[in-house]
Design a protein around this ligand. Structure first.
Ligand SMILES: Cc1cc2nc3c(=O)[nH]c(=O)nc-3n(C[C@H](O)[C@H](O)[C@H](O)COP(=O)(O)OP(=O)(O)OC[C@H]3O[C@@H](n4cnc5c(N)ncnc54)[C@H](O)[C@@H]3O)c2cc1C
Length: 455
């Protein structure tokens, strides 16, 4: 039924005849299902969760029959947001002291560097500068709004987060990056880096498959319902009457043949990115339905060899903005690209880069890189941030900051729900994977999101 990957997964295919296996899942009841865990969504986050669960299942403490299935609707993994971003390993400067984003980003970044080094994933700790400009109205005595924001970031990092940041003096800035303009101040984040997101996802997939996980491509989830009691063969009586305590029935449409089939799972993890609200709404009643808001980010590539910049350059993020500001990132070959801006769109498939946004991007870039050659910039690609609120802000400060939503959904058993996994989701993916594993199997309390406020 599923178009699976051809490698190790294909060799294991015989093991997974539907409805034929019994697995015990400790967090809910003991039920007979095809799979212990079904993770929906083969982006970086879904892969990291699937890897963590498969690794748990392969450990000695688990039942040998525990299995993890990863469902992805496209013919390849990671073709949505996970391959349409800045590929920046964020340090964790922006998201306030108490947020899930800060916690997962800081730990996730440390884990990411270690994982990349151990698994040969191309990456570089290139560092970044956040550059403040004096603006009209900033007089001689006033530092200016942008410097005040930078100072707030520096103090938060130093006093509460333990994230290294450093002021760069005028002479050093001019020597190190002569083409970069910073009339106010420069704050350096030495821990910021870049990663090859495709190589990262292939490495995650490799570990997932080594631990016995199964990837099903071309497999779009089109329906999910909790199994009624008695619809499975319980090997012990259910400890809960919550929907899902007997497992879940998942209807999957094969994108290649348009045929549908069903599988059952003890646990479901919704990690479907831009499709996550649709998955949520397949399960939750109408009064708990959610919707996502889509903030497209357009990127522009740069073909000229000058000006030359050696590190990532970010403007100071405007309070309440839906993105961090059109910044300069480098790929691993040292090529510059610029973006993402924020363009609110109505569809999650509106992924064509909008060339009409180039003049506005040039105006933003010139503020910190005045010698940019506009003629060498071309529309490159776009990604879409899955926002949980209209005009949801990416950083704290101003209004509208929205945190990641990661929670065992109330009123159900065996459903972990991830919504609004925008930046810094790539940086955080390994830590999110372990967080979900701990929600299901950890002995301690896991700090998860507060319940969603639905209208
Ligand atoms: C413009 C932009 C820039 C960013 N820059 C950075 C950055 O520099 N650093 C950083 O840390 N983060 C960054 N992010 C955030 C980061 O890219 C995301 O948080 C991360 O990629 C999310 O991964 P994911 O697996 O949750 O989602 P996705 O990569 O979107 O994966 C979800 C998968 O679910 C699948 N799916 C959806 N519905 C179904 C269904 N019904 N059935 C089966 N499969 C389904 C999709 O096909 C998709 O492959 C950026 C995001 C954007 C938009």
């Amino acid at each position: 039924m599923f178009a699976r990957t051809a490698t190790a997964t294909a060799r294991r295919q015989q093991q997974f005849q539907l409805g034929s296996t019994t697995r015990l899942f400790s967090s809910t009841a003991s039920v007979r299902t095809d799979f212990t865990h079904v993770v929906i969504g083969g982006g970086a986050v879904g892969l990291a969760i699937a890897r963590a669960l498969a690794s748990h299942s392969s450990s000695s403490s688990s039942s040998p029959s525990d299995t993890t299935l990863l469902l992805e609707r496209h013919p390849h993994i990671g073709t949505e947001t996970s391959s349409r971003n800045s590929e920046v390993i964020h340090a964790g400067l922006y998201y306030g002291a108490s947020s899930l984003k800060t916690r997962l980003c800081i730990r996730g970044r440390e884990r990411m560097y270690a994982f990349c080094a151990a698994r040969g994933v191309p990456h570089a700790r290139v560092g970044k500068w956040v550059v403040a400009q004096k603006q009209d109205g900033d007089d001689g005595d006033d530092d200016g709004a942008q410097i005040r924001i930078l100072r707030g970031i520096h103090e938060l990092c130093e006093r509460e987060l333990g994230v290294p940041t450093r002021w760069v003096g005028r002479a050093e800035a001019a020597r190190e990056e002569p083409d970069v303009r910073a009339t106010g101040a420069v704050l350096e984040s030495p821990e910021t880096g870049i990663v090859d997101s495709h190589a990262l996802m292939m490495a995650l997939l490799g570990q997932f498959e080594e631990d016995g996980g199964v990837l099903a491509l071309n497999s779009a989830v089109v329906g999910i319902e909790p199994l009624a009691s008695g619809s499975t063969t319980s090997s012990s009586s259910s400890s809960s009457n919550l929907p899902g305590s007997n497992g879940w029935r998942i209807t999957v449409r094969d994108a290649a043949t348009s045929t549908s089939s069903t599988i059952t799972a003890s646990t479901i993890i919704n990690s479907a990115g831009l499709g996550a609200a649709a998955i949520h709404n397949m399960i939750a009643p109408a009064d708990r339905h959610v919707r996502l808001y889509y903030a497209k980010g357009n990127y522009f590539s740069y073909a000229a060899s000058s000006p030359k910049v050696r590190r990532l350059i970010y403007p100071v993020t405007a309070p309440g903005a839906g993105g961090l500001g059109t910044h300069l990132t480098l790929d691993l070959a040292g090529r510059m690209r610029f973006g993402p801006d924020v363009e609110w769109v109505s569809s999650p498939t509106d992924l064509a880069v909008n060339a009409a946004r180039l003049p506005a991007a040039v105006a933003e870039i010139r503020k910190y890189l005045p010698s940019i050659d506009e003629g060498s910039l071309s529309p490159d690609y776009a990604g879409i941030r899955p926002k949980l609120a209209p005009a949801g802000a990416v950083a704290t400060g101003g209004k509208g900051f929205v945190d990641f939503y990661i929670r065992r959904e109330d009123g159900y058993a065996g459903w972990v729900n991830l919504l609004g996994i925008e930046s810094p989701g790539l940086t955080s993916c390994l830590e999110i994977g372990d967080m979900v594993r701990d929600m299901l199997y950890g002995s301690g309390k896991v700090e998860e999101s507060a319940p969603l406020e639905t209208p």
